[in-house]
Design a protein around this ligand. Structure first.
Ligand SMILES: [Zn+2]
Length: 102
C-alpha cells in the first residue's frame, strides 16, 4: 500500500487476526500525510489532520459516501499550489548549487 499523497510505501505496524478474520491493521505514511486503520470492524482514515470513520454496521451507501469524502480530502491535501511551491524551492536550491560549483 502506498501513500496517496506522496506515493511512498506505507508502514504496516500491526496486523492481528482472530480465527482467520482480520481484526486489526494499521497503515501509515512515513511522512505522516495519511493513515488507514482497521480496528475490530471500524475503519479510520486520517488525511492530514482530518479523520473519517466507517463502522461495518453502517450501510454500503454510507461507506461510498465516506470514501468519496476521503478521496476529496486527498485531492485537497495534494493542492497544486503546494506542489508548485515545492518545485520552486527545489529549482532554487539547484540553481544555488550550480552557482557554487562554477
Ligand atoms: Zn505520504
Amino acid at each position: 500500500m502506498e501513500c496517496p499523497i506522496c506515493g511512498k510505501r506505507m508502514k504496516t505496524y500491526a496486523v492481528d487476526f482472530i480465527q482467520g478474520t482480520l481484526a486489526e491493521e494499521n497503515n501509515k505514511c512515513p511522512e505522516g500525510h495519511y493513515s488507514y486503520d482497521y480496528h475490530y470492524g471500524e475503519t479510520v482514515w486520517k488525511i492530514g489532520y482530518k479523520f473519517l470513520t466507517y463502522h461495518y454496521t453502517q450501510s454500503e451507501e454510507e461507506y461510498r459516501r465516506i470514501k468519496r469524502k476521503v478521496d476529496k480530502l486527498i485531492k485537497q491535501y495534494k493542492q497544486p499550489k503546494k506542489v508548485r511551491r515545492l518545485k520552486w524551492s527545489v529549482d532554487t536550491v539547484n540553481k544555488r548549487l550550480r552557482r557554487k560549483m562554477l
